[in-house]
Write a new protein. Structure first.
Length: 124
């Protein structure tokens, strides 16, 4: 009986030793994870406009993040948290018809649908 009781106590203490009584906390600094901004740049007739520079300007700090559109006209950029104004490079004979409103990006956000529409004047 004493052996059985001793074994039970040892088993109980062993199981308690494997389970910490409080949560494990990692005090190490965390990386500054921002979010993403994405959209599509098209001409007013619906055609995609590739190889266009899109710039996100942090409205508080003035920091700039640049990317280029793919052949499909799509773009995605990762930015630190903040409020951003988007700018698009236009070429001769073009005007921007639709510009996205400023967007607030929080950690982990995907701010999609930040689309531009450009009017392209035919050259003669």
């Amino acid at each position: 009986m004493l052996l059985r009781s001793t074994c039970a106590v040892v088993a109980l203490l062993s199981s308690l030793a494997c389970h910490p009584s409080r949560p494990v906390v990692d005090p190490a600094p965390r990386p500054d994870v921002g979010g993403s901004i994405s959209g599509i740049v098209t001409a007013s007739d619906g055609t995609s406009l590739g190889a266009r520079k899109v710039v996100a300007v942090n409205m508080e700090t003035g920091a700039r993040v640049e990317t280029s559109t793919a052949t499909s006209g799509g773009y995605t950029m990762q930015v630190p948290p903040g409020i951003y104004r988007l700018e698009l490079e236009v070429r001769a004979g073009e005007t921007i018809v639709t510009t996205p409103e400023p967007t607030e990006v929080a950690p982990g956000d995907l701010d999609a649908g930040r689309n531009f529409v450009v009017a392209v004047v035919a050259r003669r």
